[in-house]
Ligand binder design. Structure first.
Ligand code: F6P
Length: 461
């Protein structure tokens, strides 16, 4: 191989540039040219294939900074459609014209699903990313546990898990943690700490919503911010238990902090989020879980309860919601994310060189040896119908009575987070946030610089 391509697909995450950097450094060592495709798969639909040569003379371009959040080559939620054979053939011929002999897609489960038809046309591998931490398997045989049933309401199938008989073991997890997860948890946990003191001062109940779609990993990790109650999508909300706990805590400390994942469900398995739409990749987008939970608490607890403590306060005034929102997806990646994202990017290059088409670089954990990266065949992520499902947080990581991480959940978190923040992460903030230059210099976007490097091909179709 002489030249490969790389793209970033789906929602951004903080260490995307670190993954690209790891791939570029490895490509430099191997004397491989590496082209970055602009805006994910979207670029491949463009006959002129806008791209950037990331390592002219086998040196990384200076704009590629592994400590900067986001992606210098841009991302989008466009995916290739396996049924559009002509479009796929056109993409293959465009890449061939450009001399691309292998492709690295940095993405999550949606990207891995979309990668298959491309892998039938040119060597293609995935380097993982997602703040949701839902790309992976709780154990290698997990895909076999999915069953499907005809769903007349949507003229297709619904997929669900059969009860598992597999013993859950942290050492068996495939892709223990995904680049982006650690930084998202750090931002969320910090947000919780900050909201706590205002809830304490004003005797309020805060409900803080974190991202993660159907997966409760981010919510679980927020335990580091010491919320009182954590609700995850995998464990239906037992509203009576939540109300009892809220009242107990409010009686004790006059404030309560609840964290909820955006995809939490009620006892019937129905999402609390009020609106539910899908993005172009078919991913569910949730809105309103925290507000729906607040409405229920207001209704059940009622004004009288609060008036006993603070004259004149209604339940509406006492219970408030906040979304951590996109801050958990943006900004500088912390050390854990940067380090392993780089290794996973480099491993993706190795997978291409080793001829492991349709493989994924994964972060594995062994309690005796710690973390290491490996290659894993994408097919092993698929159920028997070929679908890749987002990983659910295994329920043994969560204590549904205490509504907190279980002992095993704590054991899961420790290796990721104990040394996740580097000294330089703190020093960076000290040096840059209140830099007087920030007040006078306008923000200089990476897009402005990268734009000058974009090259196009003459249309081949
Ligand atoms: O998958 C990452 C994620 O941040 C989810 O946690 C969240 O539901 C979604 O993306 C938000 O997507 P958007 O980019 O459309 O706001």
């Amino acid at each position: 191989m002489k030249r490969i391509g790389i793209l970033t697909a789906g929602g951004d995450t903080p260490p995307l540039n670190a993954t690209i950097h790891g791939a570029v450094i490895r490509a430099n060592q191997l004397k491989l040219e590496i082209y970055g495709f602009i805006k994910g798969f979207n670029c491949l639909f463009n006959p002129r294939v806008p791209h950037v040569h990331l390592n002219p003379l086998f040196q990384a371009i200076p704009e590629l900074d592994p400590t900067k959040g986001g992606t210098l080559i841009g991302s989008s939620r466009d995916y290739v459609d396996p049924n559009k054979k002509d479009e796929l053939d056109l993409i293959a011929s465009r890449l061939k014209y450009l001399g691309i002999e292998g492709l690295i897609c940095i993405g999550g489960d949606g990207t891995l699903n979309g990668l298959q038809p491309l892998a039938e046309r040119l060597p293609t591998v995935l380097a993982p990313k997602t703040i949701d931490n839902d790309l992976g398997l709780n154990f290698p045989s997990e895909p076999d546990e999915w069953v499907r049933a005809l769903d007349s309401s949507k003229a297709g199938y619904t997929y669900k898990r059969t009860p598992s008989s597999t013993v859950f073991d942290l050492n068996q997890i495939v892709n223990y943690a995904t680049p982006g997860y650690a930084t998202a948890v750090m931002v969320s946990a910090q947000g919780i700490e900050r909201i706590r003191t205002t809830a304490e001062s004003h005797r309020r109940i805060a409900i803080i919503e974190v991202m993660g779609r159907h997966s409760g990993y981010i919510a679980l990790g927020t335990a580091y911010g010491q919320p009182d109650i954590i609700l995850i999508p995998e464990s239906p909300v037992d509203i009576d238990r939540v109300v009892d706990r809220v009242k107990y805590l409010y009686d004790l400390q006059k404030n309560v902090v609840i964290v909820c994942g955006e995809g939490i469900v009620d006892e019937q398995g129905v999402e609390l989020a009020e609106s539910r739409s899908t993005d172009p990749g078919g991913n569910v987008v949730f809105t309103g879980a925290a507000d729906a939970l607040r409405d229920r608490l207001i209704h059940i607890i009622g004004d009288g309860y609060f008036q006993r403590y603070r004259r004149g306060t209604s339940a509406k005034e006492a219970i408030f919601t906040r979304k951590v929102g996109h801050t958990q997806r943006g900004g500088r990646p912390i050390q854990f994310d940067r380090f392993y994202a780089s290794l996973l990017g480099a491993k993706a290059v190795d997978l291409l060189i080793e001829g492991r088409n349709n493989a994924v670089s994964v972060l594995q954990y062994q309690s005796r040896k710690g973390f290491h990266v490996e290659g894993y065949d994408a097919n092993r992520f698929r159920d028997r119908w070929g679908l890749i499902h987002a990983r659910y947080l295994h329920l043994s990581l969560y204590d549904s009575i205490l509504m907190k991480p279980s002992k095993l959940g704590i054991d899961y978190l420790l290796p990721i987070f104990t040394d996740a923040i580097g000294n330089d992460d703190m020093e960076y903030m000290r040096q840059t946030l209140f830099d007087p230059g920030n007040l006078v210099q306008p923000y200089h976007s990476i897009n402005t610089d990268v734009h000058k490097r974009i090259r196009y091909i003459d249309a081949v179709d």
